[in-house]
Design a protein around this ligand. Structure first.
Ligand code: SAM
Ligand code: SF4
Length: 371
C-alpha cells in the first residue's frame, strides 16, 4: 500500500545501545534482552534507510536518532547527522537526546550549522552539583557545563533548540531550584530565550529547562506512585505552571503529511469505541542499532518485532508486510494474543502518546488495500 504520513508520527533510530554513563534511573543496567549484544548501527544501513524513506515519500514529524544508548558514542555520528540534514524532506524535526559527555568542539560546530531545519538537542543532566551527578550517572564525574555554555554562546538562530533536562527523583529533587536558577542565568547571559516547563516540551520555538517525570523502569506500582507525587510537589514548589504556547512561534511544519481532521488536544483520542487504541503500529516505528524494527520505545525486548531492515526495506516492512497488517488488526480488535506486550500498557494514556484518531483509522482503512 501507499505509505501514509500521519501528522505527529515519529521514527526512532538507535545509533547505538552502548553508553558511557550508567544512570541510576535508566534501563541500561536492568535485565532486558536488548543488551545481550551491543553495537553501532552500520552507517551504510542508516543511509539506505534514509534513501528508502526519501524514494517512497515517507516522512516523519520527528526523527529521533537515539533509543537506549548514547548517540554521540557512534564513531560516524557527524557523518550520520550531516547526511540526515542533507535529506531534510524525510522529517519535520531532527532530535537528539544526549548526556553531553562527548559534546566536543567538533559536535558543537556540527550543531551550529545555520540551517533553518528544525533540530532539538536534549541534554540529560539530572543534577546541579557534581556530587549528585556522580550518584545519578555513576560513570561520570563532572557535569558537562563548560561545553554546553560554549554551545549556547554560539547559537544565533532558532535552531538548535536546547532542552536542559532534570529527571526528578529522590536524589536530586532538592537541587531543582538551583538547577533552574543556574541554567536560566546561563541562557540570559547569552540572550537566548528560556522557559521552565514540566510535562513535555511543546512544539514551539523556544529553549527549555525541563523537569521530567521519572518512569520507574522496574516498578510501575508503589515506586511510580511515589515518584509521581514527588514530581507534582517539585513542580509546585518551583512555580512551574502550564506553559503558555500562544506567545511563541510554532515549530515550522513541512509539507507532505496527510490532512485528516483531528483534534489532538482531546485527551480521549485513542480511546474510541471503548478500546484503548495505541498508535504504535501506525505512527512510531523504532529501529534498533542492528536493524530490528518494532512499534514503540517501551519494547525493550523486541516482542513486537516485525522484521529487520537488513533483510527487507523499511518501506515494505512498515507499509506492505503481512506481519504489520496482522499487528494493526490485532490492535484494532484488541487481540492481545498477537501483541501481549500491549495488554495493559499505559502509554496511550500518557502525556507523550502520539495519538491516533478514529478519523485516521478510517483513512488508513480506506487506503489499506490501494496499490
Ligand atoms: C535512554 S536515553 C538515551 C539518550 C542519551 N543517552 C540520554 O541520556 O539523553 C533517552 C532519554 O530517556 C530519558 N530517560 C532515561 N531513563 C528514564 C526514566 N527512567 N524516566 C524518564 N526518562 C528517562 C533520558 O534522560 C533521555 O532523555
Ligand atoms: S546516559 Fe542515557 S542511555 Fe546512558 S544510562 Fe543515562 S539515560 Fe541511559
Amino acid at each position: 500500500m501507499k505509505p501514509i504520513n500521519f501528522p505527529g508520527n515519529y521514527m526512532v533510530v538507535e545509533l547505538t545501545n552502548n553508553c558511557n554513563s550508567n544512570c541510576i534511573h535508566c534501563i541500561q543496567d536492568k535485565p532486558t534482552t536488548h543488551f545481550n549484544e551491543k553495537g553501532f548501527m552500520d552507517k551504510e544501513l542508516f543511509k539506505e534507510l534514509i534513501i528508502d524513506l526519501k524514494e517512497n515519500n515517507i516522512k516523519f514529524w520527528d526523527l529521533n536518532l537515539f533509543w537506549l544508548g548514547e548517540p554521540l558514542l557512534h564513531p560516524d555520528f557527524k557523518e550520520v547527522y550531516e547526511f540526515t540534514l542533507q535529506n531534510k524532506e524525510v522529517f519535520g524535526s531532527l532530535n537528539i537526546h544526549t548526556n553531553a559527555q562527548l559534546l566536543n568542539d567538533e559536535i558543537i560546530n556540527l550543531l551550529i550549522n545555520n540551517q533553518d531545519t528544525p533540530q532539538t538537542w536534549h541534554f540529560s543532566l539530572d543534577a546541579e552539583s557534581n556530587e549528585t551527578y556522580q550518584k545519578i550517572k555513576r560513570n561520570n564525574k563532572t557535569l558537562p557545563i563548560t561545553q554546553i555554555k560554549k554551545l549556547l554562546s554560539k547559537i544565533k538562530g532558532p535552531f538548535p533548540r536546547i532542552v536542559i533536562q532534570l529527571i526528578v527523583q529522590e536524589l536530586n529533587h532538592d537541587e531543582a531550584k538551583d538547577f533552574i536558577k543556574f541554567w536560566k542565568n546561563e541562557f540570559n547571559k547569552v540572550n537566548l530565550p528560556i522557559s521552565v516547563i514540566g510535562g513535555f516540551p511543546p512544539g514551539v520555538i523556544d529553549n527549555f529547562i525541563f523537569l521530567r517525570q521519572l518512569d520507574c523502569v522496574e516498578d510501575v506500582g508503589e515506586e511510580q506512585i511515589k515518584a509521581n507525587k514527588l514530581y507534582k510537589q517539585v513542580l509546585e514548589d518551583n512555580g512551574i505552571n502550564p506553559y503558555d504556547k500562544s506567545k511563541k512561534l510554532p515549530m515550522p511544519i513541512s509539507p507532505g503529511f496527510v490532512n485528516v481532521q483531528v483534534n489532538h488536544n482531546n485527551p480521549h483520542l485513542g480511546d474510541f469505541s471503548e478500546k484503548k487504541i495505541c498508535s504504535g503500529f501506525w505512527k512510531t516505528p523504532v529501529i534498533s542499532w542492528n536493524g530490528d524494527v518494532t512499534s514503540c520505545t517501551a519494547d525493550n525486548n523486541l516482542q513486537n518485532r516485525i522484521g529487520n531492515i537488513k533483510q527487507t526495506l523499511f518501506s515494505k516492512l512498515w507499509w506492505d508486510s503481512e506481519i504489520i497488517k496482522q499487528k494493526r488488526n490485532a490492535t484494532l480488535n484488541q487481540d492481545f494474543k498477537e501483541i501481549p506486550l500491549c495488554e495493559g500498557c499505559i502509554i496511550p494514556f500518557s502525556s507523550n502518546y502520539s495519538c491516533i484518531s478514529e478519523e485516521e483509522i478510517i483513512y488508513y482503512k480506506q487506503n489499506e488495500n490501494l496499490p
